[in-house]
Ligand binder design. Sequence first.
Ligand code: HEC
Ligand code: HEC
Ligand code: HEC
Ligand code: HEC
Length: 433
Amino acid sequence: MRELFNHRQQRGWLALLAGLCMPALVAAAPLPETGANPHEGVASCATSVCHGKVSEDENSTVWLNEYRIWLRNDYHSRAYRTLQTEQSQAIARKMGLPSAAGAKICLDCHADNVATEARGRRFQISDGVGCEACHGGSGQWLESHAEAGTSHADNLAKGMYPTEQPLERARLCLSCHLGTKDKFATHEIMGAGHPRLAFELETFTVNQPKHYDVDADYRDRKPAISSVNMWLAGLAVSGQATLELLQEDWFTKQSLMPELSFYQCHACHHPMSDLRWSPEGTPPGTVRLNDASLLVLAEVLDILGEGDGATLRSGLKQLHQASLQNRGAVVAQAKSLAGKVDPIARQVSSASYGTDSMRSLRQGLLQRAVSGRFRHFTAAEQVFLAVETLSISLGDSDRLESLLDAWFKSVEDENTFVPQQFAVRANQVLGGL
Ligand code: HEC
Ligand code: HEC
Ligand code: HEC
Ligand code: HEC
């Protein structure tokens, strides 16, 4: 993985303190790729009188140099070009695809691959993950959104995607950073050389070069969401999205083997001499579904003293049991558990978490890490990122820097991850709090 752990990018970033709560949207907005609005192309946003200014415009509520930032510093602008690299060509060859840059399966995540009839005159597939892949097709609002007196609500009504809402943002990012019923990074793609997809909403939000400021005039127009709410929204929606995908054809499309991308990669991909099994509901020698986000969320709810932790845990246990039976059982459990996550997602993305809650969350997660609760790499990865996010929010990440760095070393490389080391380093962070 290239830069999930480019966590230093977060250093010095002044996190907003928890506090502001806005209700989550009730009805989910259609994802940009499925919305009915035409996608007019990055060129329609990028002129020098619009979002293509050379530097920030002091007189405007938004920066107006977003295009430059995206083009120069944002990985999304290179997503299409990535499909032309040697690595992508090798992936395509191994999968028997004529080319990566021409393959729907790749373009669906590496570009704004909407249907031909939804492409405006200036649309170019080579723009990669452009403005409208996140902000929604601009066909209905391109003209009006820049007119004086237009409110954010007006824009949303015309199909702009609510990127400011934590649950909606999580769903958007995860549509490519995990997958949807229409696109998915299968084990075949991984086996051909694609990197494992890892995601944590707050870290990725921070690591995407900022093209906006959450300042006073932003808060007049939109809710400012705290990093803790963003992190928890990401955990919950990631769990939900996985449970939804388990109900789709992806999971058992291949007749004999289920889709391996749903499982803990490192259940299979680790040395045989390394005896990692522990009694967590599945017998030795079985492959475990990747439950990292819900597992961590359950611990979070426990630490906060909210009863739902136990509900999640028993749901997960039933899901793991079902995974040893058959597809029907998995689908039923995934559906039932998804229903339970829904209210939790709303709750944790909008509740107000003050300093005390953040401190106990950090402490509680570290204690559980020390006790060996997070033995699977994907869960360990989530817990590291969570503790880092909390430390930044609490304002003492600089003081803890060397301890966090040492802990980070234990999750930096998934191929050399040793659960005991993760626990030992977590204990050192705990001691330094
Ligand atoms: C249409 C698909 C798509 C959407 C939607 C999307 N991404 Fe991405 N993202 C990608 C692809 C593809 C890459 C890899 C680009 C490359 O390097 O070629 C990427 C890369 C990134 C990276 C750099 C990853 C790294 O390893 O450093 C970050 C950070 C990121 N995305 C954050 C986000 C966030 C935050 C959101 C939601 C607001 C989001 N993305 C939405 C497809 C998407
Ligand atoms: C479900 C969405 C999805 C699909 C399908 C997908 N990718 Fe990706 N791809 C991503 C994301 C997201 C990243 C960035 C991962 C990260 O850094 O966290 C990425 C990263 C990559 C990278 C590594 C880029 C780098 O600079 O390290 C390559 C190469 C790549 N993809 C090629 C392909 C090819 C070729 C296909 C088609 C066979 C494909 N991808 C299909 C979402 C997808
Ligand atoms: C990977 C997803 C993604 C891409 C690509 C993207 N944005 Fe954004 N953008 C966001 C997110 C997330 C926010 C912050 C949340 C919000 O205010 O809606 C944001 C905020 C903004 C804002 C600030 C709004 C405000 O109210 O202050 C503007 C303007 C904007 N984007 C324009 C663009 C333009 C122009 C492009 C293309 C050059 C672009 N964005 C590409 C995700 C994206
Ligand atoms: C049920 C066991 C299992 C799980 C779970 C699993 N894999 Fe695999 N993986 C395999 C097998 C078997 C191969 C083929 C190995 C070979 O060809 O030697 C493979 C091959 C690969 C390869 C190519 C290695 C090679 O030798 O060419 C990559 C990369 C890979 N997997 C990544 C992943 C990722 C990422 C995940 C999790 C999202 C994952 N795997 C989950 C069993 C698994």
